[in-house]
Design a protein around this ligand. Sequence first.
Ligand SMILES: [Zn+2]
Length: 384
Amino acid sequence: MMNVEKILAKLVSFPILGGESNMTILNWIKEYLESYKVEVNLVPNKNENKASLHCRIGPPKEGGVILSGHMDVVPVEGQKWTSNPFTLTDKGDGKLYGRGSADMKGFLACCLATLPEMVNADLKKPIYFAFSYDEEVGCLAAPDLTKALNNFYEETPKFAIIGEPSMMEPIIGQKAIYIMDTYVNGSAGHSSRIKQEVSAIHEAMRLILWLENKMNSLIEEGRVDKRFNPPHSSIHIGVINGGIAPNVIADKVHFSWDLRTIPRDDIFSIISEFEQYCEEREDQLRRIYPDFRIKNIENHPVVPHLDTSENDEILSLIKKISGNSSWDTVSFAAEAGHFANQGFNTAICGPGDIAQAHRGDEFISKDQLNRGVGMIQNLIKEFS
Ligand SMILES: [Zn+2]
């Protein structure tokens, strides 16, 4: 039997980044599960070089809990590491260092370390594992994985716990997130001809102001949700390029922006309103320059929001098994929204601190790791 630290060390040793083939870590986990006679099901991508996995431990009954996490991690380039990021390192300070130790191989290790107890317990309700790939590049595997959990089994799981690092505090809300690239194509020319040509910079500026005004008008209409910080939907332009000289009209501009909406704002209607405005501008400016074009390209698909209520049963279950009576919301993206979209009563709760995620010398404290194990052991007791 492998303890949680040994399993975590093994998982950290697979340097699989978001976007890369995950077959090596997948096969190791699959073989581990199969060594306990668990039947493992894969949900591959189109090219069959990546796959999520899911399995069920316990009886084929309605209800039960899905424990979920992602197998991929973010890159280490340009970060300051004082030990090899892909070798789990115990420096004797109560922390275990390594890429993914907190986000979120720590939780996967907790699931796998408690598997022997799970298979030996007389579970009255099932526990499912659902492990994904490509979470770090836009939660790309979650839509297919969550659908598979609904369709593969005759019985339907009720709850989902996503073990993102939350210091074992239940997280019941998350904003929806969308990232867009906007390309504006105008006409080049001498700056004195600004009224005869179409400046891509001038037009891009108008689009950016439209986005900022949209955010402000939502706030002014009182569309706020105090559970979140900030309590309103936000729109932010983070990259812009274009132009070559003050006396040359710019024919090309590109800008990238993100939109993070609270549950009561509809992310898709904001996007389509913006696209409609782009079309209006195109119609107008093609009278001056017939090839004027605005192209919006999705940088990655919408990650849906999570809007679990304080009164939902998942929260009381997690409070009971985690020993944590508070709850919170977060502003980072996770797969929880995809699970909620498929009808599972969902919350985030996992060991480690999100503040350690995505940085040099990422670590998880041994205390947190043991609490993660404790939560799943309590779940096993709860279901036995
Ligand atoms: Zn994560």
